[in-house]
Design a protein around this ligand. Structure first.
Ligand code: A3P
Length: 289
């Protein structure tokens, strides 16, 4: 059922991205120096970081996150229906937005700008489990009912937004840049306070102790799960099968152990070592958080 997807430059995308919107994004979209962009491979904690950034902008006050859909707060640049939200933002306002794009399809203008990127990574084993469930919920994706099949497709990069390995290797090439902050899902789970501090420092924002406490509380899994502006429950039935759950599924690290067989785990370890051998293993300390 690959007809569900838009194919562009050898990668498949959900049909919310058109060839036109992907070309516009790469070739014409103008990134500004003050822009702040959340970049992730799908299912890596994107919504969590968007919620956190939204709350940091409001000093922890939840009025905005409880009243405005998450995709209007930090719209995805590659999604055609959202591009105008970013392009029409008033001149004097810092623009915050999101992208799942691999580096080679990201706006070219970014690479001559001082815009800040927050890149969020997650253990790919948990990413594939999260994606497996999401294919049952989000009707724009090809539904995969067999986990082995999902893992095979993921390992080959035959999934929306392409290979996790290519995405991470591509983006981590910017890791020494001052305007590039790396977060991991596992670190957020382990010590959210430290990470909120890190984000505030990166953005040059100062929050009081009680404001940080509010950010942490209002971006927690339990609060986000009940926030209809963030949990996808307001997305119409023709896009989401709400009987299968929503984006807020489990919110834990290590769920992959309930899905991978020993043989799958060993094969994936080999693949990981093979594909990521050029990068410092200290970048991927998922299990130590
Ligand atoms: P699971 O499916 O493993 O539960 P993304 O936003 O990139 O699509 O990622 C979705 C994943 O992030 C889901 O993982 C979801 O539960 C998790 N998530 C979202 N908000 C979270 C939060 N506040 N705390 C922990 N996990 C969260």
């Amino acid at each position: 059922m690959s007809s569900k997807y838009t194919h562009f430059e050898g990668i498949k995308f959900p049909s919310t991205c058109s060839t036109k919107s992907l070309k516009f994004c790469r070739d014409e979209f103008v990134v500004k120096n003050d822009d702040v962009i959340v970049v992730t491979y799908p299912k890596s904690g994107t919504h969590w970081v968007i919620e956190t950034l939204s709350l940091i902008q409001c000093k922890g006050d939840s009025t905005w996150v409880q009243s405005t859909p998450i995709w209007e707060r930090l719209p995805w640049i590659e999604i055609e229906a959202f591009q105008h939200l970013i392009c029409t933002k008033e001149e004097n306002q810092t623009r915050f937005y999101t992208s799942h794009l691999p580096i080679q399809l990201f706006p070219k203008s970014y690479f001559h700008s001082k815009a800040k990127i927050i890149y969020v990574m997650r253990n790919p084993r948990d990413v594939v489990v999260s994606l497996y469930h999401f294919t049952k919920v989000f009707k724009l994706l090809e539904r995969i009912d067999n986990f082995s099949e999902m893992l095979e497709m993921f390992s080959q990069g035959n999934v929306p937004y392409g290979s996790w390995f290519d995405h991470v290797c591509g983006w981590l090439s910017l890791r020494e840049n001052d305007n590039f902050l790396i977060l991991t899902y596992e670190e957020l789970l382990h010590d959210m306070r430290r990470n909120v501090d890190k984000i505030c420092h990166f953005l040059g924002t100062k929050l009081k102790e009680e404001e940080i406490n509010l950010v942490i509380k209002n971006a927690s899994f339990s609060v986000m799960k009940d926030n209809k502006m963030s949990n996808h429950s307001i997305i119409p039935d023709y896009w989401m099968d709400h009987s299968q759950g929503n984006i807020m599924r489990k919110g834990i690290a290590g769920d992959w152990k309930n899905y991978f067989t020993v043989a799958q785990s060993e094969a994936f370890d080999h693949l990981f070592q093979d594909r990521m051998s050029k990068l410092d293993p200290n970048l991927f300390l998922w299990d130590q958080c």
